[in-house]
Design a protein around this ligand. Structure first.
Ligand SMILES: CC(C)(COP(=O)(O)OP(=O)(O)OC[C@H]1O[C@@H](n2cnc3c(N)ncnc32)[C@H](O)[C@@H]1OP(=O)(O)O)[C@@H](O)C(=O)NCCC(=O)NCCS
Length: 166
């Protein structure tokens, strides 16, 4: 497995990984309505174009990493908003889950954060991902509610990691 910075050509792969991971792994903690609000949007087309636009901007800022299998298939990604220290995403294809890829993707973000002088990372973690963030060193801060543009709400957890302590 290779971890590398994402390139614009990866945006469609990122979209596929995100929607597949949510629709498979996210179902452990959320209802079908919440899953669709998270994976989709008002309409699939609108949601796809907004996601591609968002991925492209983050990739241009150089803070998105992908995991690439030996056959060049992109199987996971992570993204960081360097100014705020917010971990935007860690997503791994369901068929590749629990093999240490999420951890490697997070460690690439963490190294980048150190390099950029970010002292604290925070994430609004989906409930299914709390155990993962806990294992990579985040501490639970508080419960929160994420509200999608469709009005559907999803409980999540605010978690933080102090990088100066590592
Ligand atoms: C969360 C996610 C990225 C984890 O990726 P992954 O590649 O399966 O994680 P890893 O195999 O690297 O696991 C890292 C550690 O977390 C633990 N972990 C991962 N998922 C876990 C789970 N569901 N329950 C308990 N522990 C878990 C692993 O046991 C491992 O611990 P260890 O290193 O001490 O052995 C993946 O499950 C995913 O894509 N989920 C859906 C999308 C999502 O919710 N993303 C977060 C949005 S905030």
């Amino acid at each position: 497995m290779i971890i590398r910075k994402a390139e614009i050509k990866d945006t469609e792969a990122l979209w596929l990984i995100q929607t597949q991971a949510i629709r498979c792994i996210g179902t452990s903690h959320y209802s079908p309505e919440q899953i669709e609000a998270w994976a989709g949007g008002l309409t699939p087309e609108e949601s796809h174009s907004r996601a591609i636009e968002g991925f492209s901007k983050s990739i241009e800022h150089g803070t998105v990493f992908v995991a690439e299998d030996f056959d060049s298939t992109v199987v996971g990604f992570s993204s960081l908003h360097a100014q705020s220290g917010e971990v935007g995403a860690v997503y791994v294809l369901p068929t590749y889950a629990r093999r240490g890829i999420g951890r490697q993707l997070f460690e690439a973000l963490e190294e980048e954060a150190h390099r950029l002088g970010v002292h604290t990372l925070h994430v609004k973690a989906s409930l299914n991902a709390v155990a993962f963030y806990d294992r990579v060193g985040f501490k639970f801060e508080q419960e929160a509610i994420h509200r999608f543009r469709t009005g559907i709400e999803m409980p999540c957890a605010i978690m933080k990691k102090d990088l100066q302590a590592t």
